[in-house]
Design a protein around this ligand. Sequence first.
Ligand SMILES: C[S@@+](CC[C@H](N)C(=O)[O-])C[C@H]1O[C@@H](n2cnc3c(N)ncnc32)[C@H](O)[C@@H]1O
Length: 294
Amino acid sequence: MPDAQNIYDTPSFFSAYATLPRSQHGLAGAPEWPTLRTMLGDLQNKRFLDLGCGYGWYCRYAVSAGARSVKGVEISERMLGRARELDRELELQEEAERGEPRERADQGRKVLVEYIHANLETVDLEPSSADVVFSSLTLHYLPTPSLSQLLTQIHSALTDKGILVFSVEHPIAMAPIDPPAEWQYTRTATTINAVDSDTKTSAGADTDSNPEAQSATRNFRYWPLNAYSKEGPRVVDWLAPGVVKYHRTVETWINMLLVKGFVIEGFRESWDGMAADTGERERPYYLLVKVRKE
Ligand SMILES: C[S@@+](CC[C@H](N)C(=O)[O-])C[C@H]1O[C@@H](n2cnc3c(N)ncnc32)[C@H](O)[C@@H]1O
């Protein structure tokens, strides 16, 4: 019995999702994209399969990068509708640039994306049908038994030496339950005389006359990890109330891949160009993984 929620077909969620930078600007709005692109490598003449393709940004990239065939699987009809609209917009733009309509099919027309309306929990992937399987920010919507089945299918769908590249919300970012997945704040006494510019309180009555004895407190923020090892659903209010995602530890993610027979070739908890002083640096936000079928 599939558990997929298909929240992206809920009109209010779909409208809110459309306002995100990555929905408006595509790959340019996804800071992790250059790192994922490096992990993907050369797509020339490859058969590319995108799981949870959403608006189809990565499918269109694969076409532009010379893939031989491109398929996108997606559960949400609204997301697929938007993907087709964006395909058409790109086609019109390319026609306008060329000053003529696209060549007919028998005149070397470029690869078209094949969109497949299916639930990843029940989809049937054809054996040895893909050289590159990709998935961006989707696999954390699957409960572990469904993910395990899907990974078995991906392994079979890949040709020998084929790769799977995917991103998911980082387990550290997803783990919190109570307190919820938000930065928490505390005021902590710190070292003598380490007065910070942001906050300070004096520890004793005579500190004004004795600056050496002055102590400081500072506002610390921290990410609550008291539920990290408790795997399972996380129900969050993100763009709409009651969005269900599934938390797994990094250990579980890696072991699932190893058990299926994948070899790990890339593993990132940051992306190229990530600013040093952002929250994403302090608390990993995405997990980016590349594995190969051996
Ligand atoms: C955060 S969006 C990412 C979309 C796209 N991969 C991207 O990065 O632009 C997650 C996508 O996964 C799709 N999705 C979630 N669960 C799914 C399932 N069980 N089967 C197929 N697609 C699913 C959602 O409908 C949504 O389009």
